[in-house]
Design a protein around this ligand. Structure first.
Ligand code: NAD
Ligand code: IPM
Ligand code: MN
Length: 356
């Protein structure tokens, strides 16, 4: 089993170190090869996704990814910015299905932004389409505004688009995921305003015919954002487009106590995947040794479960994370009085120690 390990920027290397430590402690030999990506890729070879890094990712059984980005690259031309690395990996590896499970560990109920009775037992799965939408649509850029009151001025523009097959394949993934859970799927759109998302809604409705055992509900994204922070347990599986899924999953993260708790899996049609925390490179805390590594460690568990067929090892990691939380250890983002505050590597060490 070959794992491409891409630490990236900011807190990326710090949190990846912890996940690698945990993988090594499982007692199985995984072949792990490291490569630079994002700002680190740019510094090493002039491109955020160096050719050798992409090649390694393509040749590996799975990719374990930290995070990319730093404010200092914000003035670079877009193609050279760190974020292009993760977008390029998703596109090149055809990782169209992004699973972001928002699960509240009971010990973190007090760290959630919502009252314990509203979130206790929370277990929702956000499935975000990852290779389409306004993220990749062409044309885009800055041009002369062709009409309206601002005619002749410069305007920025992007293109929102979804091909039928693109919607169908993510809808199938979402219905099948719902079948394995509570059989409830909420498709989030903005069909009241956007043509792309009326089309999305129509196609999801059509795919639903093949899954009569799943209850399908359609919801506008603004309402979904409100319901997520009002009564999140109403949701089982949420399926949505690239942009809405990006925003809703960050909001859902806080229900679980911290963005540092939300892992993710980005899968292709054959369950090959890239695994990364849902958060970014957190430049504000990088280098301080205080980032929460659990989202990354839990992403490694998802990698073992979904791509490497090591379900028992995945269970071991998840059980160890539960034990560490039960023992009261907390990084600052999930800290509450009465708990023991620890740093990034102490948290990683504790998970290693708790492995059974
Ligand atoms: P961010 O997710 O990096 O950080 C948002 C806030 O959450 C910050 O206050 C940060 O300190 C905190 N945070 C994030 N992860 C944490 C962790 N593990 N433990 C404790 N606190 C944590 O989002 P941002 O600040 O908007 O973006 C920073 C950079 O990261 C940007 O360049 C952005 O483009 C990039 N980014 C990359 C990815 C990715 O690599 N997949 C994802 C999101 C953002
Ligand atoms: C994420 C990030 C990325 C996205 C950025 C860094 C391109 O926010 O993985 O959630 O928008 O998909
Ligand atoms: Mn995001």
């Amino acid at each position: 089993m070959k794992i491409a390990v891409l630490p990236g920027d900011g807190i990326g290397p710090e949190i990846i170190d912890q996940a690698v430590k945990v993988l090594k402690a499982l007692g199985e030999q995984f072949e792990m090869e490291f490569a630079p990506v994002g700002g680190a890729g740019y510094e090493a070879s002039g491109h955020p996704l160096p050719e050798a890094t992409l090649k390694l990712a393509l040749q590996s059984d799975a990719v374990l990814f930290g995070s990319v980005g730093d404010w200092k690259y914000d003035t670079l031309e877009r193609a050279l910015r760190p974020e292009q690395a993760i977008l390029g990996l998703r596109k090149n590896l055809q990782l169209f299905a992004n699973f972001r499970p928002a699960i509240l560990y009971p010990e973190l109920a007090g760290a959630s932004t919502l009252k314990p009775e509203v979130v206790s037992g929370l277990d929702i799965l956000i499935i975000r389409e990852l290779t389409g939408d306004i993220y990749f649509g062409q044309p885009r850029g800055v041009r002369e505004c062709p009409d309206g009151p601002f005619k002749g001025q410069r305007e920025g523009f992007d293109t929102m688009r979804y091909a039928e097959g693109e919607i169908r394949r993510i809808a199938h993934v979402a219905f099948q995921a719902a079948q394995k859970r509570q059989k409830r799927l909420t498709s989030v759109d903005k069909a009241n305003v956007l043509e792309t998302f009326q089309f999305w809604k129509d196609i999801v409705t059509d795919v639903h015919k093949e899954y009569p055992d799943v209850a399908l509900e359609h919801m506008y994204v603004d309402n979904a954002a409100m319901q997520l922070v009002r009564a999140p347990k109403k949701f089982d599986v949420i399926v949505t487009g690239n942009m809405f899924g990006d925003i809703l999953s960050d909001a859902a993260a806080m229900l679980t106590g911290s963005i540092g708790m939300l892992p993710s899996a980005s899968l292709d049609a054959n369950s090959k995947g890239l695994y990364e925390p849902s958060h970014g490179s957190a430049p504000d805390i990088a280098g301080k040794g205080i980032a929460n590594p659990l989202a990354t460690i839990l992403s490694a568990a998802m990698m073992l479960r979904y791509s490497l067929n090591r379900v028992e090892q995945a269970d071991r990691i998840e059980t160890a994370v539960k034990a560490v939380l039960a023992s009261g250890l907390r990084t600052p983002d999930i800290y509450e009085s009465g708990c023991v505050k620890v740093g990034t590597s102490e948290m990683g060490d504790a998970v290693v120690k708790a492995l059974m």
